[in-house]
Design a protein around this ligand. Structure first.
Ligand code: 5GP
Length: 140
């Protein structure tokens, strides 16, 4: 039996306002916020309001709303952190590294020669996340 969407997953709870997050952007379909365990400064997540476990069960119409926002945030993060590149990642199911089962795209500024911290590593200070969010929002 394939796994189903859990409407009480942590990102669904962020969408419902039950868990705080450092928000960057929201519209009728999409929300973006800072990752609490960033792999590099400026690591953010873009999620649809509509629930799906990941890309595999997502409605293509939702993806059509989501990807322009991924691009918008990637451009803002690149400018805000004067990044050499932007890493966009999206994992499907545990075998692929997924740990939160609500579709999300990681957007991570990259600098030449600087390795990423581990995935789901240490929690960042909330004030650092807020300061980094302000830098990105200023470039939106
Ligand atoms: P996945 O492995 O599912 O692609 O990544 C989930 C991401 O969500 C990880 O990068 C992790 O740091 C992040 N994350 C986990 N819990 C929370 C949370 O409560 N709030 C935020 N903002 N990010 C979270």
């Amino acid at each position: 039996m394939s796994a189903t969407y859990d409407p009480n997953n942590i990102f669904a709870r962020i969408l419902k306002g039950e868990i705080p997050s450092v928000k960057l952007y929201e519209d009728a379909d999409v929300v973006a916020f800072m990752d609490v365990m960033p792999q590099a400064p400026g690591h953010l997540l873009v999620i649809p309001r509509q629930g799906s476990r990941n890309l595999l069960d997502a409605d293509p119409a939702v993806l059509a709303k989501l990807m322009p926002v991924v691009q918008k945030l990637a451009l803002a993060a690149k400018e805000a952190f004067e990044a050499d590149g932007i890493y966009v990642a999206q994992f499907n199911e545990p075998a692929a590294g997924q740990t939160v089962f609500h579709l999300h795209f990681h957007v991570i500024p990259r600098h030449d020669g600087q390795p990423l911290k581990p995935h789901s590593g240490g929690m960042e200070d909330i004030e650092v996340l807020k300061a980094n969010a302000e830098k990105i929002k200023a470039c939106l």
